[in-house]
Design a binder for this molecule. Structure first.
Ligand code: OF5
Length: 121
């Protein structure tokens, strides 16, 4: 696995942060902003094995834990999957997760990424 240069890493982190900002705008009630805890969601930590949230993703960006867009997108999909496992289909949380997934699919689409890269260059 070739390591990228510091300037490449800096440019990639800018892209990751830009994508994260777009995703967070799609979560106005901030239910994905921080880790879910067992107080607001009883039994959560025994049901959900791989918790994920936007603050954890931000920390992974600044600590260079993502090497490509697919790895970041996988965390968004994990976060949505967790929400749809813990919350029943008729809950607002489940519906918000489905909406976020639809938005993420657009945000990570090739033409949206291409236009973002053009604007960054
Ligand atoms: C109602 O206000 C908040 C505030 C923060 C939350 O998670 C960070 C949540 C929250 C977020 C979730 C999720 C994402 O499953 N959740 C599930 C059950 C009960 N509460 C939540 C709700």
């Amino acid at each position: 696995k070739t390591t990228m240069s510091a300037s490449q890493r800096k440019a990639l982190n800018l892209v990751f942060m830009n994508l994260l900002r777009q995703l967070e705008r799609k979560d106005p009630h901030e239910i994905f902003k921080f880790p879910v805890n067992d107080i607001i969601a009883p039994g959560y930590s025994s049901v959900i094995k791989y918790p994920m949230d936007f603050s954890t993703m931000k920390n992974k960006i600044v600590t260079n834990r993502y090497d490509n867009l697919d790895e970041m997108k996988a965390d968004v999909e994990q976060m949505v999957e967790n929400c749809c496992i813990y919350n029943k289909e008729d809950t607002i949380y489940y519906q918000m997760a489905k909406k976020l997934l639809a938005s993420a699919t657009k945000i990570f689409s090739k033409d949206r990424l291409a236009s973002m890269l053009r604007s960054l260059s």
